[in-house]
Design a protein around this ligand. Structure first.
Ligand SMILES: NC(=O)c1ccc[n+]([C@@H]2O[C@H](COP(=O)([O-])OP(=O)(O)OC[C@H]3O[C@@H](n4cnc5c(N)ncnc54)[C@H](OP(=O)(O)O)[C@@H]3O)[C@@H](O)[C@H]2O)c1
Length: 353
């Protein structure tokens, strides 16, 4: 089992989780500087491998499966796995890159399961949406609100999404596709005990949930624990500054914008599904932070790809919300230490900010 980026912030959580759940699974942690992963490798009993996804030549290797925990900007790893028939999981792609991956999978049809789990938190948001829709017998509206703790740990590779904060993206509203600007559409949603300002963010479940569940409106919004950060990000976007801050020259400045204490924080996500049959909501809280919560999504996606979840592995490409057993996935989430509360949803305060 090759974990590309396996000794990064998210990768380390995935390695520990896989070792705890599958003690005899061989693990390989891959990256450009494997010496950085030595302590983790000896902790979880993994081996280390040098791999550079930004290199020029095609990758050539074999593995039981690959989990991509670092951006694969030119699809080198995806292409290698498609060509070699290796089961593949990716949690890193923003929507345009999911679309790029789907185009590649049309050109190189997969011979092994491929799970694109890049929805928020390694695909947990769409997975939970599917579980709520199953309870309700359908989904017409799916709305997600994220509380991002600025004290949380996030690695260098996570800042790539900052390069998207000036780019409009398509969403589905009342069955119609329309383009919205990031960090707009402010609302107040009750999160972690008080109303928080949340604003729109480009995430892949806004592409896949309408397709998989037939939802007519899907939205994802994010707010920061320090509301002044949400407002500051909105102001920067409104002034067009994210556009100016693109590129390598401003990498450290972009990093500084996102950098909190990095000591660790709580991840909180609220998913609400409405259908003609009613409304259900789920609140996920992970006291170990966003990297741990993302790792639970990645772990469940890998178990899905390999059929370790009790269902037959998918044929070709699948998204997490296509699991045949979403309720079992919720039980697995709880067993991985995620607090999950399901409630009627109507009691949630949600109003324009
Ligand atoms: N779907 C979601 O909700 C979600 C949530 C959180 C994070 N993520 C994504 O997960 C990814 C990892 O985030 P993170 O916070 O763990 O980042 P990170 O700590 O920077 O980890 C990246 C890892 O990849 C390796 N790496 C970097 N560049 C590489 C390259 N060109 N080739 C091979 N390996 C390379 C790094 O080691 P070396 O420097 O030694 O190569 C490191 O081990 C990001 O892409 C982030 O956007 C997704």
């Amino acid at each position: 089992m090759v974990l590309a980026g396996g000794y990064g912030v998210v990768g380390a959580e995935v390695a520990r989780m896989l070792r705890a759940r599958h003690p005899s699974l061989p693990l390989v942690l891959a990256g450009r500087t494997p010496a950085r992963g030595e302590a983790l490798a000896s902790e979880v009993g993994a081996s280390l491998q040098t791999m550079d996804l930004s290199g020029p030549s095609p990758l050539d290797f074999s593995a039981r499966a690959v989990v991509t925990l670092v951006n694969d900007p030119t699809d080198r790893l995806l292409r290698a796995c498609l060509q070699a028939g290796i089961p593949f999981v990716d949690i890193t792609r923003w929507t345009a890159r999911v679309q790029q991956a789907l185009a590649l999978a049309a050109v190189e049809p997969p011979r092994a399961p491929v799970v694109f789990a890049s929805g928020w938190m390694g695909g947990l948001v769409p997975l939970v949406g599917a579980a709520l829709a199953r309870e309700l017998g359908g989904a017409s509206v799916i709305e997600t609100a994220i509380l991002y703790d600025l004290a949380d740990r996030a690695g260098e590779d996570s800042i790539e999404f900052m390069d998207r904060l000036h780019v409009g993206f398509e969403v589905t509203e009342e069955g119609q596709r329309r383009v919205v600007e990031p960090l707009t559409g402010a609302r107040r949603v009750e999160l972690a005990g008080r109303p928080r300002r949340v604003v729109r963010l480009d995430t892949p479940e806004q592409l896949t949930l309408p397709l998989v569940l037939g939802a007519r409106t899907v939205s994802t919004r994010i707010g920061f624990t320090d509301e002044s950060a949400t407002l500051a990000f909105q102001a920067l976007q409104g002034l067009g500054l994210f556009h100016l801050l693109r590129g390598e020259r401003f990498r450290s400045l972009r990093r500084a914008l996102l950098r909190g204490s990095g000591k660790g924080g709580r991840a909180v996500v609220h998913v609400e599904v409405s259908s003609p049959g009613g409304t259900r909501a789920a609140t996920l809280v992970d006291a170990r932070g966003q990297a741990h919560l993302t790792a639970t999504g990645a772990t469940l996606a890998l178990e899905r790809a390999l059929g370790l979840d009790g269902d037959a592995p998918p044929r070709g490409v699948a998204f997490p919300e296509q699991t045949p057993s979403p309720e079992r996935a919720l039980a697995a989430l709880r067993s991985l230490g995620v607090e999950l509360e399901i409630h009627p949803g109507a009691d949630v305060e949600r109003r324009a900010a």
